[in-house]
Structure formats: structure tokens, C-alpha cells
Design a protein around this ligand. Sequence first.
Ligand code: SF4
Ligand code: SF4
Length: 112
Amino acid sequence: MTYVVTDNCIRCKYTDCVEVCPVDCFYEGENMLVIHPDECIDCGVCEPECPADAIKPDTESGLDKWLSLNAEYAVKWPNLTMKKDELPEAKEHDGEPGKLEKYFSAEPGTGD
Ligand code: SF4
Ligand code: SF4
């Protein structure tokens, strides 16, 4: 089991989650974060910290594509362990449906 980052992180990237992760397993893309599924120890402390409610346990149904996406980009993007400012458009896009199709970027973020 692991936790995964899902759609509502895209273009929000509040990063409250990275501060609490005991194993520093968040990785930063240009406009979202992902969790490395092999590093996550399933502690669950990040889930309630996310203001966008974007972190889910992979035991929830329908998250297969998100698990694949988290696994794929966790090995391509840089590690992020310290909070940084959210994206300027975060509030505007919070809760918007279909962000993956509309906005996902495969480009890496800048990391720590
Ligand atoms: S707190 Fe939520 S929205 Fe912010 S970076 Fe983490 S998963 Fe994404
Ligand atoms: S569940 Fe725990 S180990 Fe996994 S990403 Fe969240 S804080 Fe890190």
C-alpha cells in the first residue's frame, strides 16, 4: 500500500504535505507533486495536511492511473522536502475537475 497524489494537486502545489513526511518521499513536477510508492511507509500523516484534499490511500477504488503516474514521475522528478509557496493560481484552480487532461506537465520542478 502507498498514498498517492491525485488531480487536485495540479496547479495548486501547496506543498504542506512535504513538511510532515517522515521519509521525504515527495517529488516535484512543474505543477504537481507525486509520492514514490516504494518509499512511502503508509503513515498517512500527509493526507489531512493537504489543503486541496489531493492525497489518497491507494486502497480507495479508481486510483490505478494515479498510482502509475506517481510511480512513473517519482523517479524522474527531483525530491522536495521543504515547503515553498503554492502556485499563484492555486486558489483559482482548487477543485476544478479534469486537471490532468487540461494541465498536467511532465516537466520537472526545481526540488529543494
Ligand atoms: S499539499 Fe496537496 S496540493 Fe499541496 S503539494 Fe501536497 S498534495 Fe499537492
Ligand atoms: S503516507 Fe507518510 S510516508 Fe507516505 S507520503 Fe504521506 S507522509 Fe510520506
